[in-house]
Design a protein around this ligand. Structure first.
Ligand SMILES: Cc1cc2nc3c(=O)[nH]c(=O)nc-3n(C[C@H](O)[C@H](O)[C@H](O)COP(=O)(O)OP(=O)(O)OC[C@H]3O[C@@H](n4cnc5c(N)ncnc54)[C@H](O)[C@@H]3O)c2cc1C
Length: 488
């Protein structure tokens, strides 16, 4: 069994550049996931000089760890959006998701992309009778717009289901094969991509942005931050408007695939889809919580496996966990934050569609084309007192105090890990199987949260905003862009 996503590919069909001097560009896109690559893709035919930088490798972030469904049936979102905003906002969001599915399908067709694309139906379901009235509210929304759906009381597989909604014309695909093919197209169009290039700092002067990396400064007229969780706090006040949720995922070989994907409405979330490649797989995700809670990864993986084995007898081939940014008002954040400074994030676990539509919206904004979704996802939309309150509850209280009071004092939680103050610096120390000590500073440079040790993957993880570091403190996932190596 591999502790990595099933989408990880050994070979790549393209080569990128190495940055070794200062450069200038019209547009700098930071981040090479579905959002950054889609943005570059939709800008490829413009007259603008486009450059993309990626801290690690293309498609190594959240896009590698998704379940890869392309669906507009995203839980019971539409009646909720209607309540928070209004009918038109909810309808517009639905249209944006349909358009995104269409855009991905068009790309697959036009570029003949071999990405295990499979058209199927989507289900949202529950085994709890008390939830049925919520399903009826969603049905009422669909009735108002004449959207076709079916009510079901059984799924095509043996998962507990009392009530559900089924819709047609959705799909699943291999997100990394799709992303790699778009990357090939981008590179053919004279767009420069630099991997292993982290944006460390952004400065604005003379109506230009200067983005600092360790290998050179990139001066750009416009920048797009497509880094999943942005590495800056202001503007856009992202931490106030969002929180991170994690989920554990597994893939298992099966004999035959089925042409549907499904998700439960509420906790305990169970998300299921099939994948047809050289072998057939079922992908099963569950054990969802806020990032700052349920910090014991080993225990969470065991719960996932137990849950899967309760229903299926198949052999598990891959296990991984991932998280996504959830917006408190349930709409993604896409658009111009300030003059020529663009952002796209907060996809609420629906980033295949939202990352794609984000690419199209940002491209239209930068090339002065109309786009009917610009207002819908406005990043500077109002922030409420409720969101500020949630920020303190989610971001600091639960993470810092939980870790300090429970985890750090509960030594048996960690194997071979201890916390100690050295030279007045709070440190985390991991002793490997050769008795070598790896010492890191136990404070995330992004916003100062204490770190936890992830024994499954041997990384130091920030439970507040999701940054991750290897054993020696090198950052392997943002939003942090600084290492936490400890030097005497
Ligand atoms: C369990 C789970 C299941 C999901 N399943 C689905 C699904 O079925 N369908 C769906 O539509 N969505 C799904 N999602 C959501 C989806 O996976 C994400 O929303 C989407 O992949 C986000 O893409 P992105 O391009 O914004 O981020 P990423 O893919 O994370 O890309 C951001 C990139 O920016 C780079 N970066 C970060 N900081 C810097 C820096 N300072 N300098 C340079 N580069 C930087 C990172 O290395 C990374 O490669 C799921 C999410 C979860 C948690």
């Amino acid at each position: 069994m591999k502790n990595e996503s099933i989408w990880k590919l050994e070979n790549r069909p393209f080569q990128t550049k190495i940055l070794n001097n200062d450069i200038t560009t019209d547009v700098l896109i930071i981040g090479g996931g579905i959002t950054g690559i889609s943005s570059a893709f939709y800008l490829k035919d413009s007259n603008l000089k486009i450059t993309l930088i990626e801290a690690n490798t293309i498609g190594s972030g959240a896009t590698l760890n998704t379940t890869g469904k392309m669906t507009f049936l995203q839980g019971l979102i539409y009646h909720k959006l209607e309540n928070i905003f209004d009918f038109n906002t909810s309808l517009k969001y639905l249209q944006s998701q349909l358009e995104a599915i269409n855009l991905i399908e068009q790309n697959i067709k036009t570029y003949n992309i071999d990405c295990n694309y499979l058209k199927n139906s989507s289900y949202v379901y529950t085994n709890n009778e008390k939830e049925i009235k919520e399903f009826i509210k969603e049905q009422n929304f669909f009735d108002k717009i004449n959207l076709k759906y079916k009510i079901i009381d059984k799924l095509p597989i043996d998962l507990d289901c009392k009530y559900g909604i089924k819709v047609e014309n959705t799909a699943v695909f291999h997100p990394i094969k799709y992303l790699y093919r778009l990357t090939e197209e981008i590179l053919k169009n004279n767009i420069d991509i630099y991997e292993h290039t982290t944006a460390l700092k952004i400065e604005e002067s003379d109506q230009k942005y200067r983005v600092y990396t360790k290998d050179g400064i990139i001066t750009a007229n416009k920048i797009v931050v497509a880094t999943h969780y942005p590495f800056f706090i202001v503007p856009a006040l992202i931490p106030f408007k969002t929180h991170l949720e994690k989920e554990y995922v597994l893939a298992s070989k099966i004999d035959k695939i089925k042409e549907f994907n499904a998700i439960t409405n509420k906790n305990p979330i169970v998300s299921t889809r099939y994948h047809q490649d050289k072998n057939n797989y079922i992908i099963f995700a569950s054990i969802e919580s806020k990032l700052a809670k349920n910090l014991n990864n080993e225990a969470n993986f065991s719960r996932l496996i137990k849950k899967f084995e309760h229903q299926f007898e198949n052999k598990i081939t891959n296990l991984w966990f991932t998280y996504d940014l959830i917006t408190n008002d349930k709409l993604p954040i896409i658009g111009e934050v300030k003059r020529n400074f663009y952002i796209a994030t907060g996809f609420n676990k629906w980033g295949m569609t939202n990352g794609t539509i984000a690419g199209k919206i940002l491209s239209d904004l930068m090339t002065n084309q109309p786009n009917q979704y610009i207002e819908l996802f406005e990043p500077n939309r109002e922030i409420t007192m409720e969101q500020i309150k949630n920020f303190f509850i989610d971001g600091f209280t639960s993470a810092s105090s939980f870790i300090d009071s429970k985890i750090n004092k509960n030594k048996e939680f960690y194997e071979n890990v201890e916390f100690r103050t050295i030279d007045n610096i709070s440190c985390g120390i991991y002793t490997d199987e050769n008795k070598k000590q790896h010492i890191v500073k136990n404070k995330c440079p992004h916003m100062g949260c204490s770190l936890i040790f992830n024994n499954e993957e041997k990384t130091w993880d920030c439970p507040c905003h999701g940054s991750r570091y290897d054993l020696d403190g090198n950052v392997i996932k943002g939003p942090s862009n600084q290492n936490i190596r400890f030097k005497h």
